[in-house]
Design a protein around this ligand. Structure first.
Ligand SMILES: *Cc1c(COP(=O)(O)O)cnc(C)c1O
Length: 394
């Protein structure tokens, strides 16, 4: 018989663009006994999960549940259900994830108006309006709240107002924002919003929280054609997550245990406190990175607290630095995507990973490795800058 070794992964410090570190409480929850997907105890858990998700999304939306699959399944679900062949969609594209939404909308049959901005800049609401004006009957506007490829925080309220003014639905990618920074579905009048479990919520990857407004559900109810995706058809899945409990596909049971425990941790901490923690640790990290002379990709004033994209210094093998971080410090940071490949690092401080100890460790490790690689850095300045941020808020 062939022997297969046991797999015993290291407990890494996860400071990439996700997954983030997962609390032992969540891992323990996943080891709980299996239940059937129609077991009354599991159904009770589903109800609690819906309530918790409404809290973190800041919404009263009835249709709020975790889609089976990662954040991308949430994106595909929102777009597959809202788009019919020939619909016009206005999509903001200033990085990888906006480009994916545009691609996905096209695959669902939409005529897509891409509103582009250079990577590192926000999408301009005026250009969204110009695209809306150019549409005969825009079906939806989609933008990415936290563009993880560049570290840009997109303001969404004005775009949402414009969408509604022109009779379109507003779709928001909150995959990297939920659980890290404020996401106000009702206040901002977002019609469809999708997220994930492995970034700000700090559960393993595998579910995609989705919320749909009454307006979105009415639009789905008025479809002339069936949703192009069978697996992600919200009208059918709502009969399982709603009161009818009609089997559609088997819910990922243990992932729901994990999500429930992770959401319990989020509300125990409190949303406001959690957002403040992300802001503070980000301020310290970004002060430290600046003190090291590193440059940010995202424009000033629109930088994400939970993800800092920085340019690797000229002449430095960025992949070698990441490999050394993993080898010597047991720490993961992210590489650049697309045109940023080989040029950019992405440091995430999301959910459980957003901690002072991690800020201190990554700054010190980067300083050491860059100095070793020949970059001239005044040792200790980064940590002093980070400490000054904490001292100010103590
Ligand atoms: C990570 C991410 C996604 C994709 O989520 P997966 O869980 O990897 O499928 C989509 N949008 C944004 C903004 C992301 O950061």
């Amino acid at each position: 018989m062939q022997q297969f070794p046991e797999f015993n992964p290291q407990a890494r410090i996860l400071l990439g663009p996700g997954p983030s570190n997962v609390s032992p409480r969540v891992l323990k929850a996943m080891a709980s006994p299996m239940l059937g997907h129609l077991d009354p105890d599991f159904i009770a858990l589903m109800e609690e999960i819906k309530k918790l998700l409404r809290t973190v999304f800041q919404t009263g939306n009835e249709i709020t549940f975790p889609v089976s699959g990662t954040g991308s399944a949430g994106m595909e679900s929102a777009l597959a259900n809202l788009i019919e062949e020939g619909d016009e969609a206005v999509v903001g594209v200033n990085g990888v994830f906006g480009a994916r939404a545009a691609d996905c909308a096209e695959r669902m049959g939409a005529k897509v108006h891409r509103v582009e901005a250079p990577w590192g800049r926000i999408v301009d609401p005026q250009e969204i309006e110009a695209a809306l004006k150019a549409c005969k009957r825009p079906r939806l506007v989609a933008v990415v709240h936290a563009e993880t490829s560049t570290g840009v925080l997109q303001p969404v309220e004005e775009i949402s107002q414009l969408a509604h003014q022109y009779g379109a639905l507003m779709v928001l990618d909150a995959v990297t924002s939920l659980g890290c920074i404020p996401v106000h579905i009702d206040r901002w009048q977002i019609d469809a919003c999708y997220s994930c479990t492995q970034k700000g919520i700090s559960a393993p990857p595998g579910l995609a929280p989705l919320t749909l407004s009454e307006r979105a559900m009415a639009a789905i109810g008025e479809r002339k054609t069936k949703c192009r995706s069978w697996y992600l058809d919200v009208a059918m899945i709502a009969q399982y997550w709603g009161t009818e409990r009609i089997y559609h596909h088997t819910a990922p049971i243990s992932m729901n245990y994990a999500l429930y425990e992770a959401l319990r941790i989020v509300v125990e901490e409190g949303l406001e406190a959690r957002w403040a923690r992300h802001l503070q640790n980000a301020a310290a990290l970004q002060a430290g990175l600046s003190a090291m002379g590193l440059k940010f990709v995202a424009q000033e004033g629109h930088r994400l607290p939970q993800l800092s994209a920085i340019e690797a210094p000229a002449g430095i093998d960025e992949a070698a630095i990441r490999a050394a971080l993993l080898r010597s410090y047991n720490m993961e940071i992210g590489a650049g995507l697309g045109p940023f490949k080989g040029k950019v690092w992405r440091i995430g401080l999301m959910g459980e990973s957003s901690r002072r100890a991690n800020v201190v460790l990554v700054l010190n490790a980067l300083e050491q490795l860059l100095t070793d690689a020949g970059v001239e850095i005044a040792r200790g300045r980064a940590l002093a800058a980070a400490d000054a941020v904490y001292a100010k808020s103590a």
